[in-house]
Design a protein around this ligand. Structure first.
Ligand code: ATP
Ligand code: MG
Length: 416
């Protein structure tokens, strides 16, 4: 679990703001739910035989002896909250959330035990329209973040629940014959979650899969048509994609469209955003039978991409506009009141008042180091009628102006 230090938070704020602006442009609404839920919620939604539930959850008993887990992802909680508060009754919802998720994985670059996701969940809409909108949203986000050239879209169709079942059976019958040659994880999954074997990393298992029944042969006509329809819209929208018939996703609740945005700039941690349709989930959790589709993106992985490719806008480094140097204890009060007056008159400026005393040179050094655009220097044993000004981005000379005209001077000199 990581600390995010002050040097890194501007990048986070930039990412968060870009996402919030785009979410607003799509008229999606934010929902917030707790980081803790009943363990049962995740077992019933994500699935008992998944990496997340088998190995990755932080689960403990609380003081009442109830089993709780830190949320490993947001979809289950979002469905739970929406159902519980009647948001799924006779209406559609386009929701988003942002926050930490917890998985006990082996930490490495792009993989952490507390990590942040932004997710979108859309309820009550069964068609390709919402699927197209969601994929377009992602595309627009990559464009705004200037990383469209380094991410690729993979899509697949898992079919209806029935399609999924008949394919699973066929796959199971085929793999049963090769049971002994499968890797250990896949042997275990054979009985409980056979689809997951498709994305096994074992070369031998992959070799066996080459002659296995193929998912597209088990997809019903209606589902296949809707999968063609979404591809047609993607083509019209100029969104490149590839169909990957091995893409199954690590969670049990998906059906129909599944997708992943991947990059090859982050080593093994290639998925930056994953999602799909999960029409059966709300019913499976004991609620209304409501179609759902959504995705979650990994914020650390996006920050890594932005940093490594140097795609963060320069202004994200700028957190100070005005550095007010205060030299001599006689001007302490005047400095505090002056800084407040500047903030009241020019609320868009970020004013850092030097506190704690110190010599002229050392305060000026700090002014430069802060990245401020200008310094104001108030110096003396008593309140001053004059203040020194200095633009910090060149060898700007030090001038002297009337203290009462500081706001005018700032307006004239820090226009943008
Ligand atoms: P992976 O295959 O990389 O383990 P996943 O299939 O487990 O990903 P999801 O559960 O779909 O991932 O989560 C959505 C997104 O969250 C992923 O695409 C990824 O960007 C991010 N993510 C998942 N696990 C982690 C983690 N441990 N640390 C950082 N980001 C993560
Ligand atoms: Mg994972």
């Amino acid at each position: 679990m990581n600390d995010v230090l002050p040097d890194q938070t501007p990048a986070w704020q930039y990412l968060e703001q870009t996402m919030r602006d785009l979410l607003a442009a799509y008229a999606y609404r934010e929902i917030r739910f707790p980081v803790l839920e009943q363990t049962q919620l995740f077992k019933r939604s994500i699935g008992e035989v998944t990496d997340i539930v088998e190995k990755e959850m932080y689960t403990f008993e609380d003081r009442n002896g109830d089993s709780l887990s830190l949320r490993p992802e947001g979809t289950a909680s979002c469905v739970r909250a929406a159902e519980q508060h009647g948001l799924l009754y006779n209406q559609t919802q386009k929701l988003w959330y942002m926050g930490p998720m917890y998985r006990h994985e082996r930490p490495q670059k792009g993989r952490y035990r507390q990590f942040y996701q932004m997710g979108v969940e859309a309820f009550g809409m069964p068609g390709v329209d919402i699927e197209a909108e969601i994929l377009m949203f992602c595309y627009d986000l990559w464009q705004r973040l200037d990383i469209i050239d380094v991410v690729r879209l993979q899509i697949n169709n898992l079919g209806t629940a029935d399609d999924r079942l008949s394919f699973s059976e066929a796959l199971k019958n085929y793999l049963e014959v090769h049971r002994e040659d499968l890797d250990e994880d896949s042997q275990r999954r054979l009985d409980k979650n056979v689809l997951r074997i498709l994305d096994s990393k074992s070369p031998q298992t992959q070799e066996i899969l080459r002659n296995a029944p193929q998912m597209p042969d088990y997809i019903s006509t209606e589902s296949a048509e809707s999968f063609s329809a979404i591809q047609k819209i993607l083509v019209s929208a100029g969104i490149d994609f590839e169909v990957n018939t091995r893409l199954v996703r690590g969670l049990d609740y998906y059906n129909g469209l599944v997708f992943e945005w991947v990059t090859d700039k982050l080593g093994a941690q290639s998925a930056v955003c994953s999602g799909g349709r999960y029409d059966g989930l709300s019913k499976q959790l004991g609620g209304t039978d409501t179609p759902g589709v959504g995705f979650a993106l990994g914020m650390e992985r996006l920050i890594l991409l932005l940093e490594e490719l140097d795609r963060l806008p320069a202004e994200t480094a700028h957190t100070v506009d005005v550095y007010l140097a205060v030299i001599g204890s006689g001007v302490t009060e005047q400095a505090q009141l002056l800084a407040r007056a500047i903030r009241q008159n020019l609320p868009e400026l970020r004013v850092l008042t030097h506190c704690g005393g110190g010599k002229y040179n050392s305060q000026l050094k700090k002014a430069f180091a802060s990245g401020a655009r200008c310094a104001l220097i108030l110096e003396g044993d008593e309140a001053q009628a004059e203040i020194k000004t200095k633009i910090l981005d060149d060898d700007g000379a030090t001038d002297s102006i009337a203290t009462s005209s500081v706001c005018d001077w700032l307006k004239a000199n820090l226009k943008n």
